[in-house]
Design a protein around this ligand. Sequence first.
Ligand code: ITT
Length: 202
Amino acid sequence: MKKLILATHNRGKVKELQELLGALPVEVFSLHDFPELGEIPETGSTFKENAYIKAQTVFTYTGLPVIADDSGLEVDALGGAPGVYSARYAGEGAADEDNNRKLLEALSQVSPSGRGAQFRSVICAIFGPGQEQYAEGICRGRIGFEARGNNGFGYDPLFLVEPDFERTMAELSLEEKNAVSHRGRALRNLKPLLLEFLKGDT
Ligand code: ITT
């Protein structure tokens, strides 16, 4: 069976990507299986650049096929912030709760109709030397006024999902989230390339 490394330390992403890869004949690893690799500095200014940095670093180190997700929350009223800085919005090493608190404060004067936002995921896949490929997914919604729900990670408890804005992403099951999320969409967009890679004999 072919091996595939998910170039992430984020356990939420690992869980979602593993479920999305589902029945595909592939043996999946994450960076938790390579503890010696440590944190990979994300020095890019776009999701695409950071996804490439993570995928390329892991591919160079392991020589194994890899996919990396770089993702974040883009809030309309904040001109697309926190964007690539989503994980460190409240500072380096910030916890999800700190980031969520800062976001609620930043939007405290903004009415429901002005609270539009989207999650974006860019996946970089490297299946062989010099062969990087990309897929992207977006999920639109609205930022609520309080945290709700216990599933998912990051900004999920604040993100009311389109089209009815009734449930937060953190109130969806793993399968429900994957059906509508940015990451689910990005991985489905990557699927033809993934199937091609799995069919090949290298
Ligand atoms: P890796 O770099 O190891 O993959 P990370 O969490 O640092 O883990 P990113 O650099 O891509 O990943 O930052 C993504 C941040 O964007 C993440 O920490 C959340 O704050 C937010 N985010 C991304 N996808 C999300 C999702 O599905 N639900 C909630 N928040 C999400």
